[in-house]
Write a protein that binds this ligand. Structure first.
Ligand code: PMP
Ligand code: GLN
Length: 380
């Protein structure tokens, strides 16, 4: 029998599937994998129904339907004062996951080094390796997980091709500052690097902050691919509709890959989102207050526990330190929490190549109905 010679010998099943399956198995409250337990806006759902019944059920154009690309462009102008050409600089993808994968596949060559920041969202590293690239993991360290620019500069070599950033950051829940973007720009300019900016939580930032999109920094945007997802913004993670924005010469290469990975993505959903984007621009502006209330509700309930935490600055996740409860690894603690207390969370160390010793953090998702995120755990 011919055995597969693995291209990803050290890669297992993603932690998100593992923890959600365990949550189901133990009938636990699932605060692990990041998804809302409530629906997107009802007018958006009705629009999908409308477009299905109206017969919009065949292939969409490869780059995405025009009205959706135009709607995204209007949003970029409104939010970031950024003007893209919808025909050559915006592509609709199967979630942010596909946008990240096709960008890396199109732009990373064999032997290229790509800098990622640990704890890193788990799809970056395998995508780089599948392209023959070499991920260079630069750690961000607790408690604040700030960018250490001296360390980052030292990680750049003559082989560095790309830097992948993620703000608001999953799973540290930190956000980049405009100073970080200036540092990044200087470094990218000096070494002629590409930037891949994962901004899926762009509208989930708290305490009055403004999201520092790479698109606000016009010179940096000229060497960047920006990725986002309607899954996060419209509470529709299961629809897998995302998009990327890039200068035309980069986008032409990205589309060469996208056309053979998915070709195009769900037609009725693209039409529905295009309508919603045009008719309800205030949805994005209301999202910070919507999730900040959920964050505060969750944290108020947790304040009577022995978990220690600082309120998250972005994303719909909250990190909690469990050192006052148990002195075990985060994976052991997460398994104990599911089995003993009936609550599923995500350990953080799995997102590091080399986890910091004695890190005692787990991640909870608070994108839940109030009663669910603060339900009483078992045996607590
Ligand atoms: N990047 C980050 C940082 C994420 O947290 C996620 C998923 N939650 C994605 C990308 C993937 O987004 P999508 O579900 O749209 O593929
Ligand atoms: N991004 C989501 C999270 O961080 C999970 C997405 C997935 O399951 N692939 O929980």
């Amino acid at each position: 029998m011919q055995h597969a010679l693995s291209k990803l010998p050290n890669t297992g099943t993603t932690i998100f599937s593992q923890m959600s399956e365990l949550a189901t198995h133990h009938n636990a409250i699932n605060l692990s994998q990041g998804f809302p337990d409530f629906d997107g806006p009802s007018c958006l759902l009705k629009r999908v129904d409308h477009y299905i019944k109206q017969g919009n059920n065949q292939y969409a154009p490869m780059i995405g339907i025009a009205s959706l690309r135009q709607g995204i462009n209007a949003k970029l102008q409104r939010c970031y004062d950024f003007q893209a050409d919808p025909d050559s600089q915006i592509t609709i993808t199967s979630g942010a996951t596909e946008a990240l994968f096709v960008t890396i596949s199109a732009l990373v060559h064999v032997g290229d080094e790509v800098i990622v920041f640990d704890p890193a969202y788990d799809s970056y590293d395998p995508a780089i390796r599948l392209s023959g690239g070499c991920p260079i993991h630069v750690p961000l360290l607790p408690p604040n997980f700030e960018m250490d620019w001296d360390r980052i500069r030292n990680a750049v070599t003559s082989k560095t091709r790309m830097i992948i950033i993620n703000s608001p950051h999953n799973p540290t829940c930190q956000t980049l500052t405009s100073r970080d973007l200036n540092e990044l720009y200087e470094l990218a300019e000096k070494h002629d690097l590409l930037v891949l900016s994962d901004e899926v939580y762009e509208h989930i930032v708290f305490d009055g902050q403004a999201h520092q999109s790479v698109l606000r920094h016009k010179a940096l945007a000229e060497r960047s691919v920006v990725v986002s997802s309607f899954g996060k913004t419209y509470h529709t993670t299961g629809w897998k509709i995302g998009y990327c924005i890039a200068p035309s010469h980069l986008m032409a290469e990205i589309r060469k890959v996208h056309q053979y990975v998915t070709f195009s993505v769900s037609t009725p959903m693209q039409y529905a989102i295009a309508d919603f984007l045009q008719e309800t621009p205030e949805h994005d502006q209301q999202l910070p207050a919507f999730y900040q209330r959920k964050r505060d509700h969750f944290n108020r309930a947790m304040s009577s526990s022995r978990f220690e935490f600082t309120a998250t600055s972005g994303t719909y996740f909250q990190l909690m330190n469990y050192r006052a409860i148990q002195d075990t690894t985060d994976t052991e603690f997460a398994l104990w929490l599911i089995e003993h207390a009936g609550v599923a969370a995500i350990p953080i160390s799995v997102f590091y190549q080399t986890p910091p010793t004695d890190m005692r953090l787990i991640r909870f998702c608070f994108a839940k109905q109030d009663a669910r995120s603060t339900a009483q755990p078992r045996n607590w």
